[in-house]
Design a binder for this molecule. Structure first.
Ligand code: NGO
Length: 536
């Protein structure tokens, strides 16, 4: 198997332990040899730019191993503490985090902001594993975080266990030099169709961060529910958030909870991109405030799954007061630069009204100091130079998006027939939809974001995003089943150089994740397209 042109050897050590899974692993979890197997460089997802194994060299984590952190950086200390916390649970070792000495440490695991190649940018890293030490070097903390995610994958899967395991804890020797292809590597959760509690969103952040996904787009409002408290318009959450698809209890995040999510994500180098969808997909808001309706009559709450029937009232001034206050509060809650304003499927709004509305909405976002993201329908309005369009079509050409890209609009690629995690894997999949087709892992992986949409080349592409719409998705187990193993496929398209793209290699590397997911209790779909190790 080759990664980045370098031939890697497969693993050799086969030991057996029992493992207790994290978060709901099956009670009858049986012995699984793959969980204590030393992991080779050839198993990393996303594929690194350059991986050079050093045959026969191994580093062993022991009871005296220290983690050295770049002195004077609380961000690095925090990354080191997170890594130590994972290792303490499974190894039972103390794993102290200490300041790195001025000379490169001669032992232990060092996280350093010096000595990395400058060309690898702020998210790149260099990982060196020799017999006496491990060093992760980067130009910025984000790069160290990415390097630690790679290191986690090089540890035996049992290292991700929530209970102490016997080890040994060996890491294969060699060097990895790595950096991302695209800046935006996103996942999206629709918390509107079915509300997902804080615990689920946090767990998903942990899971996506493992694969170097650095954006979580939260679809916070739709016809069926409004999920973020807005102080100026309290009924949005209290009434508009009181149900969901199927008529369940719904729910919403308080502003304090939302701030917690932003901070939790930031500590894992994930930026939250909040979305308030408008002018369509707004029944929950229209039901909460009669004044927002052109006829002054509030519709009923909606718990079905139709789209395209609702619209904010483009001709009423209160509509703009409303979005100014809502987006103003959201801007204040969000540390990242983006506010997503939706703009998809506005089929109850005329084309002229749509343009009028989206132009004003973009100005309002700009006035709050943020950059607009919209579904690609937004290119039918006059986009601001900074506005980012998120492509969700099922075709490989879209004239309006191509024209916008030629005028400088950056595009996030989420082609629904490849990147939508709510599509069924095949006709037997219980969850999900099929309007964009069935998407098994090879379909999720089998496209090139930089050369997919005619007229939208590599330099116009900000990155990729895998949306998970939740019309049929209700629980953490549902989320995981649809996201794994397709989310890592989209993550690899966003991170790895196009030159590493190779299905045969990818499905092997993806299969190697199975034992880790099993240990972590991730409810993944065992696609028959992937070679899963025995027992995973
Ligand atoms: C479409 C639609 C959403 C649905 C989703 C289901 C976009 C951008 N708008 O994607 O409202 O939930 O499909 O797959």
């Amino acid at each position: 198997m080759t990664i980045g042109g370098v031939r890697c050897l497969l693993t050799t050590v086969m030991l057996v332990v029992t493992t207790g899974g994290l978060w709901g692993a099956p009670a009858d979890a049986t012995v699984a040899p793959a969980e204590t197997t030393a992991v080779s460089f050839a198993s990393v997802v996303p594929a690194p730019v350059l991986a050079t194994p050093a045959g026969g060299v191994t580093y062993r984590i022991t009871a005296t191993t220290k983690i050295y952190a770049e002195p004077g950086s609380t961000a690095v200390a925090d990354i080191a503490e997170q890594f130590a916390a994972v290792l303490r649970r499974s190894t039972g070792y103390p794993m102290p985090v200490v300041d790195a000495p001025s000379a490169t440490p001669a032992d232990g695991i060092a996280l350093l902001l010096s000595g990395a190649p400058t060309g690898i940018g702020s998210e790149g890293y260099q990982l060196d594993v020799i017999d006496v030490s491990i060093a992760v070097r980067a130009n910025a903390p984000a790069g160290l975080f990415a390097g630690v995610q790679t290191l986690r994958q090089l540890l035996p899967p049992a290292a991700d266990s929530a209970t102490v395991q016997p080890g040994p804890w060996d890491v294969a020797g060699g060097r990895i030099i790595d950096q991302p292809r695209f800046a935006h590597r996103g996942a999206m959760l629709d918390v509107a169709r079915h509300f997902l509690p804080m615990s689920v969103v946090k767990r998903y952040i942990d899971e996506i961060a493992l694969y170097k996904v650095n954006r979580l787009h939260l679809h916070l409002s739709d016809d069926q529910g409004w999920r973020i408290a807005v102080n100026n318009w309290p009924d949005l959450a209290i009434y508009g958030g009181s149900t969901e698809v199927g008529g369940g209890a719904g729910g919403y995040y308080t502003q304090d909870e939302f701030r917690q999510l932003v901070a939790y994500a930031a500590a894992r180098y994930v930026m939250i991109v909040p979305e308030i969808d408008m002018p369509g997909h707004t029944n929950a808001a229209l039901a909460s405030y009669a004044d927002l309706n052109c006829d002054g009559v509030a519709p009923k709450l909606y718990t079905g799954t139709k789209v395209g029937f609702s619209s904010l009232c483009v001709g009423k001034e209160i509509t703009y007061t409303f979005i100014d206050q809502v987006l103003g509060e959201l801007a204040a809650l969000t540390t990242g630069p983006y506010l997503h304003i939706g703009g998809d499927e506005a089929s109850s709004t005329t084309a002229a009204d749509y343009a009028t509305f989206m132009n004003r909405a973009q100005q309002i976002v700009a006035a709050h100091g943020k950059t607009v993201v919209g579904w690609h329908d937004i290119v039918n309005a006059s986009v601001l130079p900074s506005t980012v369009a998120q492509f969700w079509g099922t075709t490989t050409s879209n004239a309006a998006v191509a024209t916008a890209a030629q005028h400088g609009t950056k595009v996030i690629m989420s082609p629904a027939n490849h990147a939508y995690l709510d599509m069924k894997y095949n006709s037997r999949t219980r969850l999900g939809q099929r309007w964009a087709g069935y998407i098994d892992v090879q379909d999720a992986y089998g496209w090139d974001p930089g050369a997919y949409l005619a007229g939208v080349g590599e330099t116009s592409v900000l990155g990729v995003e895998a949306p998970l719409w939740t019309e049929t998705i209700e629980t953490l187990a549902d989320v995981e089943y649809m996201a794994f193993p397709r989310l890592p496929a989209i993550a690899e398209l966003g991170w790895s150089p196009a030159s590493t793209h190779d299905w045969a290699s990818f499905q092997q590397r993806l299969g190697a994740q199975g034992p880790r997911w099993r240990v972590m209790g991730i409810n993944y779909y065992h696609s028959t397209q992937v070679s899963w190790p025995t027992g995973s």
